[in-house]
Structures are given as structure tokens and as C-alpha cells.
Design a protein around this ligand. Structure first.
Ligand code: AKG
Ligand code: FE2
Length: 330
């Protein structure tokens, strides 16, 4: 997907200065709430309660998005705070180590966790980034060519953890430091926009169980694939999408052709967003795929830095694989 044709960017909610301040006060309070560790259930409970105090306009947008993610299946919220309001603690340099996660609850971690907790239950996977609820999306030296968020070559469009039966319903990506080169863009494309571009025959083939999907490289110790699955699922007129263009394998030539047609259609409806600090993009992982354009990391502490948090709509459904009713899925 080297050619990105941008369609109009998804609608964005831009917080006013007063709303930004309100969110910042909430986040700073949470950053001081013991034990202030993102993976501690007590902290998560405090954020869950506090999330009801987010600005009313944001709560309305999140609630609407949960009801129906719209034609783009992406919610963009801008002008959120990423650092304490008093300026007391500067943002540290962008991490460069592999598997980087955010264990200490800072302002930005509190903001994205609170927003995602208004969409669903925050979850992580034990085999991915050590099960951390707030993960860092940063370029890692030596991993440039990987099809993971540590890479910097083009990251192919994918549903998040497409292979996994408990894949998240929402992926939140919160920019805490923008790419200084301006090259990196979060690409998103919804099946709602792509569907009308597909032939009837490809729609039918994509709706059949003629595809296999592997685990992504970020998953450790995860062998095998899910059983053969359809790429377009559910209502024929408004299907969900399940595909990872670097991990989904068609089982026959016709299935391959239909997948190529789908990819071309998705490219035509792709939005490429250059996230700035304070921009939160929430992707509905049933209706949209996402990826990232290539960029050139510097590894000097100034690189692009996102926090990533997953949310799931039905916590009960995964209870059997959440030991102790925690947030981490086995
Ligand atoms: O870097 C990005 O914009 C997206 C990376 C990605 O796909 C992810 O972190 O899930
Ligand atoms: Fe992703």
C-alpha cells in the first residue's frame, strides 16, 4: 500500500481550552492517586469512576461512537492534555527499548485510560507487551522492517489482533509526541466506505470461510492460526471486517483475488492522519482496519510516541481467560 489516496479526514472533536483544563485536572488527580500504577486494579477502578467526570461533550461523542461508529469508524479527539498542567514534569524522551510500556500512571496514560473506559473495559493480552494495559507505540532500533508498531517501514492495514477470538473492539491511539519528520501517518479505512467499491462476486467470496490469519510478531509464544474464517462477516449490507494484510492468507486463488480487490478498495478510502500531541484516535476494530505510513526514526528521544489502549465491549465473554477477573487475557 505505497499509494495513499486520502479521503476527507474523519470528523474530530476539538476540546476547548476549558475542556482541556477540566480533563487535565482530572488526569493530574489520577496521576497522584495511589498506587498510580496503570496495571493495578485499584488505580483502574479510580479511573473508571473518574471517567464519568470527563467533559460532557466528550462523553456524548464516546457514547454516540459506541452506538454507531459512523462511516469512517474512527473517532478523533484533539487538544487533550499530555503533560501536567503545572509544567512541573516535562515529558521524558521517547523510549527506544523493545516492548516499551507505560507502568507509571502519568497524565497521558490517565487521559487515554479514562476515555477508553467510557467505551468499554480496558484489556490487554498476556503474550503481548507483557500484558501492560497502556503500551507505547515507538520506533525501536533494529526493528525497522518488522510488521509491528515498533517498525518504521509501512505497516500494512490490519484489524488489531485479527487472529485472536477475543480481539479488542476498540483500539485507542493517543499521540504524546508527534513525529518530528511529519512523515508518519496513522492510516485508517472502514469497510463501510470500501464495500460499495467491491464487485458482488468479491463480496460473496470474502464472506466465505476461505482465509487463515496468523498471530502478529508482537505476540510471543502464540502458535497456529484461527480456523478458516470469512473476511466480511455479519450483515451483507453492513458487514464487519476481519483481515490483516500481513498475516491473513487466502486459501485459494479466487479468495486471493477478492482479498486483492478489497485491499485496493481500502486504499482508495484510506484517511492518513498525522497525529499531533494531544490527538486521540479511536478505531472501531470491527469496522475499520488501520496501519501506518513509513517514516524515518532518529532514536534520539524526539521520535513519534503514542500510547495504545484496547477496550472490549463484553467483559463476561472473556472471563474464562481472565484469571482473577483481571484485565489481562491469557
Ligand atoms: O503507529 C501507528 O500509527 C499505528 C500502529 C498500530 O497499528 C498499533 O499500534 O496497533
Ligand atoms: Fe495496530
Amino acid at each position: 500500500m505505497t499509494q495513499i489516496d486520502t479521503v476527507a479526514a474523519p470528523a474530530a472533536l476539538v476540546l476547548s481550552e476549558a475542556e482541556r483544563r477540566q480533563t487535565g485536572e482530572l488526569a493530574d488527580r489520577l496521576a497522584r492517586t495511589e498506587p498510580a500504577r496503570t496495571d493495578d486494579p485499584r488505580w483502574l477502578a479510580a479511573v473508571r469512576d473518574a471517567s464519568a467526570e470527563l467533559p460532557a461533550r466528550l462523553l456524548v461523542e464516546l457514547r454516540r461512537f459506541r452506538h454507531d461508529a459512523g462511516p469512517d469508524a474512527v473517532l478523533l479527539v484533539r487538544n487533550l492534555p499530555v503533560a501536567p498542567a503545572d509544567g512541573g514534569r516535562e515529558l521524558p524522551p521517547t523510549p527506544t527499548q523493545p516492548g516499551s510500556v507505560e507502568r507509571v500512571a502519568g497524565t497521558a496514560a490517565a487521559v487515554i485510560t479514562a476515555a477508553m473506559l467510557q467505551l468499554g473495559e480496558v484489556v490487554a493480552f498476556r503474550n503481548e507487551k507483557t500484558g501492560a494495559l497502556v503500551q507505547n507505540v515507538v520506533p525501536v532500533p533494529g526493528q525497522e522492517a518488522l510488521q509491528s508498531n515498533a517498525g518504521s517501514v509501512l505497516l500494512e492495514m490490519h484489524n488489531e489482533n485479527a487472529f485472536h477470538p477475543n480481539r479488542p473492539d476498540y483500539v485507542g491511539l493517543f499521540c504524546v509526541r508527534e513525529d518530528p519528520t511529519g512523515q508518519a501517518r496513522l492510516s485508517t479505512a472502514s469497510v463501510r466506505r470500501a464495500l460499495p467499491l467491491l464487485s458482488g462476486r468479491s463480496r460473496r467470496v470474502l464472506g466465505e470461510e476461505r482465509y487463515l490469519t496468523e498471530a502478529p510478531p508482537s505476540f510471543e509464544g502464540r502458535e497456529g492460526m484461527v480456523p478458516a474464517h470469512a473476511v466480511l462477516r455479519g450483515a451483507a449490507e453492513d458487514p464487519d471486517i476481519l483481515v490483516d494484510f500481513s498475516a491473513t492468507h487466502p486459501l485459494d486463488d479466487e479468495a486471493r483475488g477478492a482479498m486483492a480487490e478489497l485491499r485496493a478498495a481500502l486504499v482508495r478510502v484510506t484517511s492518513a492522519l498525522a497525529l499531533g500531541a494531544g490527538d486521540l484516535a479511536v478505531v472501531d476494530n470491527r469496522l475499520a482496519v488501520h496501519g501506518r505510513t513509513p517514516f524515518t526514526p532518529r532514536y534520539d528521544g524526539t521520535d513519534r510516541w503514542l500510547h495504545r489502549v484496547y477496550a472490549s465491549l463484553d467483559h463476561r465473554r472473556s472471563r474464562a481467560v481472565r484469571a482473577g477477573a483481571g484485565a489481562v487475557l491469557d
